[in-house]
Design a protein around this ligand. Structure first.
Ligand code: GTP
Ligand code: MG
Length: 199
């Protein structure tokens, strides 16, 4: 799929104020700093459509981007930074869980994890919450440029082994690098298929 147009629509912290259109949408979620906003820029081949930062906590709101005039990409704030509760009971920002619980236009979510790290409890908890709430998701491994090919294979295999302790199947997954454009075609093709090849 070719990206012919990509435009910012609206930011807000209230799912009821998200665009009313029934266009299919895809949301990116994961820990702060994992690379959600960078991935949106990479997918759309736009340098600064979504705001990125070296410091965690850059994206604070639900941001809708209209792509090719007929579907939405959604950039969300990260979890696991600052406002997240202490101890073992992880709480995700309320408007994020409300977004996933109530946004009927959501076709699938992408849960981003940094390929360099071992599976983190907060990500596993979030995936579990998505599963319990029947919200479909794929995993996106980010920052693959930071590892050598052999290490990529090893880290993904480790991740799979951990997930298979909790899940019957490994969710669909993609290996990406926003700096090297890795995974761009695969992700856009996947979205295109889910969109029913509308554009
Ligand atoms: P929040 O909005 O704070 O939740 O963060 P985010 O998940 O949107 O991360 P963002 O895209 O702002 O990127 C965080 C940092 O990681 C920035 O310094 C990016 O340049 C860097 N980064 C993102 N993706 C990649 C990647 O694929 N490779 C490398 N090397 N760096 C990346
Ligand atoms: Mg961001």
């Amino acid at each position: 799929m070719k990206i012919k147009s990509a435009e910012f629509v609206v930011s807000n912290s209230d799912v009821t104020k998200c665009p009313k259109s029934s266009l299919p949408e895809y949301a990116f979620i994961g820990r702060s700093n994992v690379g959600k906003s960078s991935l949106i820029n990479m997918l759309t081949s736009r340098k600064s459509l979504a705001k990125t930062s070296g410091k965690p906590g850059k994206t604070q709101l639900i941001n809708h981007f209209l792509i090719n005039k007929n579907w939405h990409l959604v950039d969300l704030p990260g979890y696991g930074y600052a406002k997240v509760s202490k101890s073992s009971k992880k709480v995700f920002q309320k408007f994020i869980t409300q977004y996933f619980s109530f946004r009927e236009q959501l076709v699938t979510a992408f849960v981003l994890v940094d390929i360099r790290h071992k599976p983190q409890p907060i990500d596993l908890d979030f995936m579990q919450w998505m599963g319990e709430n029947n919200i479909p998701f794929s995993i996106i491994f980010t920052k693959a440029d930071k590892l050598k090919p052999g290490a990529i294979i090893r880290h993904v295999a480790d991740y799979k082994n951990t997930l298979l302790e909790f899940w019957e199947d490994m969710p669909n997954y993609f290996i990406t690098s926003s700096t090297k454009n890795m995974g761009q075609d695969e992700l856009l093709e996947y979205i295109n298929e889910l969109n029913g090849n509308i554009a």
